[in-house]
Design a protein around this ligand. Structure first.
Ligand code: DGJ
Length: 727
């Protein structure tokens, strides 16, 4: 709901649980007034008291010592004219000055959801969204910024984006283009962010803000393993079920900056923008630049915030056939065969898998021309005839004859120097003339800012999908960008290359997913190095991490699940001892963890005992039974109430509250340890639930207040799943 009150010149955006308000002042500054728990549409500007703060300067035409851009809460902060906090934009004007301030020009409220040229945005399949577009302009340079707000009332999400247009008569250079700016005037805040490394992505880290700027982000040309473009600001007392929590998720897959500033008077500003400090974009007169979209949400408690993002990402970010559909249980050849994907290795694996109830076989790395090690072949997307003498088509046929669907691994954004593609087009790689490029896994990155490179990828991958009955593509990306230089742009446009490469990836993904709507695409980047809402617009699932150890996966998946729903996280049962950690965990525990994700297997089934194979058959049977609950159920972290730090517990409750699935994994067993006691959440307090494994019947109220005590769980990494059904 969006309302404009012309008397007070306030614009109020409302969702079921939140209100967001801004106000246009007499000089045209767009004040941010309020964002938080829903309070109605009354003018809330009284909470901001303005007074002379001495060293905070005042706009020339206001003649008012109390009004200062230095302290004003703004919808999109100015730069170089007296606001010394984090700017939303950086602009080098035609005269070389770096100043700009934005004043209100007009606004428009309309039904439906805006979109952005060249960028993915949340979509509105149910036609529920409303758009507010506020146009601001710099009176001197005529640089114009249109701020977009998309209001998803039922889902408690407000999307934001900005489009910057050079309305003047001389070129200007953008040095920064914020997606949004959010000023929180009062309160004391913790920052919860998700950091990591390869094989340990999205570890939650919560810390109080201290005065100054917290700057997180990526310079790697991908959203990165190191920092996810999702942040939460929560009040110091916030916990799962209480406290103001604000989420900010950038829908972008390249380098980014997230800046959070606690300033002198205690207010907090958050700005997220694409690119790093090397970002530049030349705007000729009349040209526009779209800053990517962000998804903002306010929730009472971290749990509510998570549920809001889960629903929204699932329903309004993901798209395509598999958005709300069951995904096939897959087996991936990587940890079973690595690059040795000869038919004599792969076919027995497929046969065993089909026998056990797996539905899709994924042929991972190693199948294409010249590829026997990781130093060759990328770019040549046709089969390696040494490995597959009868051709890819024949292998696919034989795999499909087992009853499995077929999926294929590709890494189209990359090129090996030892490849036909590189020999034909060395200039298609990102390299700086006269400089030896950095290698990553022996490979170079293709210059996706070039249309002919994008077209090559669309053509070759599209060709594979046309020639063969392929139901699934794993789209990998195994190194960071460096040596950012494109031969197709002049010197003054080289600062654009990183962003243009991301736009190139989006164009390719858009073309392929539109042309092949039935194919399930899974994103990947050395595991979860590009796990972001931008990619989720095209790949409804992303391989969550190259670390497949069930115990390490607990924290990786818990961290990821703060913002992203379980169905987006590729998760597989792999071998024991685990290939990354050497740890041995029970196959049951591995399945309990993997089922809370896009479920599959990634191990040599031929090495398993008869009992283990039986267990897999049973796991798949159970998975089908619980699949809808795992995919669309409300997800609750239960760690907060247990005295046991060495156990991980999470719960799924079906949307109609008729079913629930409790998952518990013990990470370390101790002698004479306290029992694990948990309180359920999200159940119907007045309903009675039968617990399958306990044969007991409990009221929802009892399970949520008195809780449930598990029996002693001993041994190495035991896990339990408890099923509740309303009776
Ligand atoms: C990295 C991925 O994360 C792995 O799962 C596997 O596909 C390898 N690349 C193949 O090179």
């Amino acid at each position: 709901m969006i309302n404009y009150d012309s008397k007070s010149r306030t614009l109020t955006l409302e969702t079921v649980h939140s209100s967001y308000q801004m106000q246009i002042d007499p000089w045209g500054y767009l004040h941010h007034v309020y964002y938080g728990k829903r309070v109605g549409q009354e003018d809330l500007s009284y909470v901001h008291r303005y007074y002379d703060r001495g060293f905070s300067g005042n706009p020339y035409d206001c003649d008012n010592r109390a009004l200062s851009l230095d302290t004003l809460c703004q919808e999109y902060s100015s730069w170089g004219v007296g606001d010394y906090r984090v700017p939303s934009l950086g602009v080098r004007n035609a005269d070389g000055s770096r100043c700009g301030e934005l004043r209100y020009v007009s606004h428009e409220i309309r039904g439906g959801k805006y979109s952005l040229p060249g960028l993915p945005t949340a979509w509105d399949p149910e036609g529920e969204a409303e758009t507010l577009a506020v146009t601001l302009s710099d009176p001197v340079t005529s640089l114009t910024v249109t701020l977009y707000y998309g209001v998803f009332y039922e889902k408690d999400i407000i999307t934001r984006a900005a489009e910057i247009r050079n309305g003047g008569s001389a070129p200007v250079e953008l040095e920064k283009a914020g997606s949004f700016c959010l000023d929180l005037p009062f309160g004391s805040w913790d920052l919860l962010h998700f950091h990591g490394r390869h094989c340990m992505e999205r570890a939650p880290e919560r810390r109080p803000l201290i005065h100054g700027i917290e700057s997180l982000g990526s310079r790697r040309g991908m959203s990165s393993h190191q920092h996810n473009p999702f942040l939460i600001l929560c009040d110091r007392q916030a916990a799962e079920d209480r406290g103001d929590c604000y989420g900010m998720m950038l829908l972008y897959s390249g380098s980014f900056r997230a800046e959070v500033e606690l300033e002198q008077f205690g207010s907090v500003r958050a700005v997220m923008s694409p690119g790093d400090e090397s970002f530049r974009w030349l705007l000729e007169p009349g040209e526009s630049f779209a800053a990517p979209e962000s998804l903002l949400s306010w929730g009472e408690g971290l749990s509510a915030l998570t549920l809001q993002y889960h629903r929204f990402v699932r329903e309004n970010v993901c798209r395509g056939e598999y958005r709300l559909a069951r995904r096939p249980v897959l087996i991936n050849s990587w940890e079973a065969c690595y690059m040795d994907v000869r038919p004599e290795r792969v076919l027995p694996l497929a046969r065993e898998a089909a026998e056990l109830g797996v539905e899709l076989f994924v042929l991972d790395d190693g199948w294409f021309h010249g590829r026997t090690e990781d130093n060759a072949g990328l770019g040549d997307w046709f089969e390696n005839t040494q490995r597959l003498p009868q051709g890819l088509g024949s292998l696919i046929e034989q795999i499909r004859a087992t009853g499995l669907q077929f999926g294929l691994w590709v890494e189209p954004e990359m090129v090996s120097e030892n490849s036909d593609l590189y020999r034909a087009h060395p200039d298609w790689a990102l390299t700086v003339p006269g400089r030896k490029p950095m290698l990553g896994r022996h490979q170079l990155v293709l210059d996706l800012s070039r249309t002919e490179v994008q077209d090559y990828i669309i053509g070759t991958i599209g060709g594979l999908l046309e020639r063969y009955p392929i139901s699934y593509i794993k789209w990998d990306m195994n190194r960071c960008l460096s040596d950012l230089y494109s031969r197709s742009f002049p010197a003054e446009r080289q600062g654009e290359v990183a962003h243009r490469c991301v736009l190139g990836v989006y164009r390719v993904m858009e073309a392929l997913t539109t042309r092949f709507p039935k194919v399930l695409f899974e994103g990947c980047s050395g595991g979860g190095g590009r796990f972001d809402a931008g990619m989720l617009c095209y790949t409804p699932q992303i391989w969550c991490s190259d670390d497949t150890d069930a115990i390490e996966r607990l924290s990786i998946q818990r961290g990821t699940a703060y913002g992203y729903p379980l169905c987006t996280m590729g998760s597989h049962v792999s071998a024991a001892p685990n290939h990354q950690t050497g740890r041995t965990t029970p196959i049951h525990t591995r399945a309990v963890v993997a089922m809370s994700g896009a479920f599959g297997y990634e191990l040599d089934l031929g090495k398993l005992s008869r009992e283990e194979k039986e267990e897999i058959r049973e796991q798949i049977r159970r998975f089908h039974q619980d699949e809808a609950l795992l995919r669309e159920g409300s997800y609750y972290r239960l760690g907060e109430y247990t005295a046991r730090q060495d156990a991980e517990a999470w719960l799924l409750v079906s949307p109609d509250q008729s079913r629930a699935l409790l998952n518990v994994v013990v990470k370390a067993s101790h002698a004479n340890a306290p029992l694990i006691h948990l309180r359920f959440k999200g159940l119907d307090p007045d309903a009675r639930y039968a617990m399958e494994e306990d044969e007991g019947v409990f009221s929802g109220a009892a399970l949520m207040r008195a809780g449930y005590t598990l029996p002693q769980l001993l041994g190495d990494y035991p896990a339990v799943q408890l099923h509740l059904r309303r009776i």
